[in-house]
Write a protein that binds this ligand. Structure first.
Ligand SMILES: [Ca+2]
Ligand SMILES: [Ca+2]
Length: 215
């Protein structure tokens, strides 16, 4: 064997070993790859769990073929989605947080966080999907007096952490999803972070209805 090809073989071996050590035999947890394509200069608020987002989106397969573009297909209208309740794919819930109105992102979503091993409609099993998503408008999620009363299980006019967690659990159930303690815990902490203004560990009726995010 000539020295040149020997070197090549060694390099290949090296690269192969490196690959083995990196993958380590264990599958990494699926993540959404997020690329911010445009972020407006002015950003009054950022998206969080429970918000309603008005979005336009495009979907592409891994080979670049477009599957759907909301600006061109159907009624050409953007759609409202509620973040963090798995109304859409998990990849959206994970990838559309902390966005500004007017922001545009590219999300590369692995099948585990999209339509998985079953696929859906024109989406074959195990598809990695690329989404281009533009957030046009952000609104507070539904917040009626009724929903406060529904959440306030012991009628003391304030929401405890357990009451909020219980509410999230019921919301998940209502949308047909299995309860997920870790996720509910994280969502609850996020909600308290934003809503419990005086940090007393409860969300009062006033804190609940106060529209602090309005422009
Ligand atoms: Ca209560
Ligand atoms: Ca409070």
């Amino acid at each position: 064997m000539c020295p040149g090809s020997m070197m090549l073989l060694l390099r290949c071996l090296c690269a192969f070993m490196l690959l083995l050590s990196v993958s380590g035999g264990k599958l990494p947890e699926a993540e959404v790859q997020i690329e911010v394509m445009h972020r407006p200069f002015l950003c009054h608020r950022k998206t969080k769990y429970g918000d309603m987002l008005l979005v336009h989106h495009e979907v592409y397969f891994e080979n670049g073929t477009m599957l759907h573009a909301s600006r061109n297909d159907g009624d050409k209208q953007p759609m409202w989605v509620t973040l963090g309740i798995r109304q859409v794919i998990v990849g959206w819930d994970k990838g559309l947080q902390n966005m500004c109105a007017g922001e545009k992102r590219k999300l590369i979503v692995p099948p585990e966080l999209a339509y998985g091993k079953d696929g859906k409609g024109k989406i074959p099993p195990e598809s990695t999907l690329t989404y281009i998503i533009e957030v046009l408008e952000i609104r507070n999620g539904p917040r009626s007096h009724e929903s406060f009363q529904e959440m306030d299980l012991n009628d003391d006019w304030r929401l405890s952490k357990n009451e909020v967690k219980e509410y999230l659990r019921k919301e998940f159930e209502r949308h047909g999803y299995p309860p997920n303690d870790t996720l509910h815990e994280n969502m609850m902490e996020d909600i308290f972070e934003k809503e419990d203004k005086n940090k007393d560990g409860f969300i009062s009726a006033r804190e609940f209805t106060y529209k602090h995010d309005e422009l």
